[in-house]
Design a protein around this ligand. Structure first.
Ligand SMILES: [Zn+2]
Length: 252
């Protein structure tokens, strides 16, 4: 039989071990899906995937409305489709009702079919759908044929296609009242060295396209970019500079 003191020690050790294990699991989970408050009813969610040998973050956004939650893009990490829905439900006691993907690459569209199966209304433009089909990517249920305004009480936002840039189909989302520009992969971080993956990009048009975004979305208070921190508002101006340099380099 164990002496009482030994018993207590054993119990304490067990508690310590369990709590440290719980911590480790909690940390692993936190690294896979991160949710940050942006402003008001707006939240940024981040998942991660391997890209050129390191873990690259991919940001999406969600908005709480009276009718439910609107998701902008889907997680890149395929293990996080349901955890994102669960986290939103736990945090806000609301279901996701709608999901809009901003271009055909996997870091935006990967969860579209899964979310459709969960009864969420999924949207892309017709152009995105054509490219998704061609490239064997997941596709949305509903298609937009032109720039579209969504009114989901109490919010209103516009889907805007500014032309080719990161891809042929990239769209942005503009909240004119809240001054939030959701730029997706078209806009790079204020500290970015380059415009990132250009395999499907239009180098000739990129600068012009970004300038259209600048004109469409005057004085944004927030600019959400896919793969960098969104806290620096210079991201759009910096991306225009990078695109201008790239165009000149390409021409020369
Ligand atoms: Zn991307």
């Amino acid at each position: 039989m164990m002496k009482t003191q030994n018993k207590i020690r054993f119990t304490l050790l067990t508690i310590l071990l369990i709590s440290s294990l719980t911590n480790i699991f909690a940390q692993t989970k936190a690294v896979k899906l991160k949710i940050s408050h942006l402003t008001g009813d707006f939240y940024i969610y981040t998942t991660y995937n391997a890209y050129e040998g390191s873990q690259l973050p991919a940001n999406g956004m969600y908005l709480l409305t009276k009718n439910g939650v609107v998701l902008f893009d889907t997680p890149w990490d395929t293990t996080q489709f349901q955890p994102l829905l669960d986290s939103i439900k736990t945090k806000h006691n609301k279901n996701v009702i709608l999901c809009i993907a901003t271009h055909w690459h996997s870091d935006r569209t990967e969860g579209l079919e899964y979310y459709k199966q969960q009864g969420i209304k999924t949207y892309t433009t017709i152009l995105t759908d054509e490219l998704s089909k061609k490239n064997n990517k997941k596709r949305a249920e509903f298609l937009m044929s032109k720039d579209t305004v969504f009114n989901i009480a109490p919010y209103s936002f516009e889907i805007y296609y500014p032309g080719e840039g990161h891809t042929a189909d990239n769209i942005i989302v503009w909240f004119s009242k809240e001054k939030i520009l959701y730029g997706g992969c078209l806009i790079k971080g204020a500290d970015a060295d380059d415009l990132g993956f250009l395999g499907d990009a239009n180098i000739e048009q990129y600068e012009t396209t970004l300038k259209r975004v600048e004109k469409k979305c005057p004085d944004p208070e927030f600019i959400i970019v896919s793969h960098s921190d969104w806290k620096n508002i210079n991201s759009l101006k910096h991306s225009i500079k990078l695109a201008s340099k790239l165009k000149k380099k390409n021409a020369g």
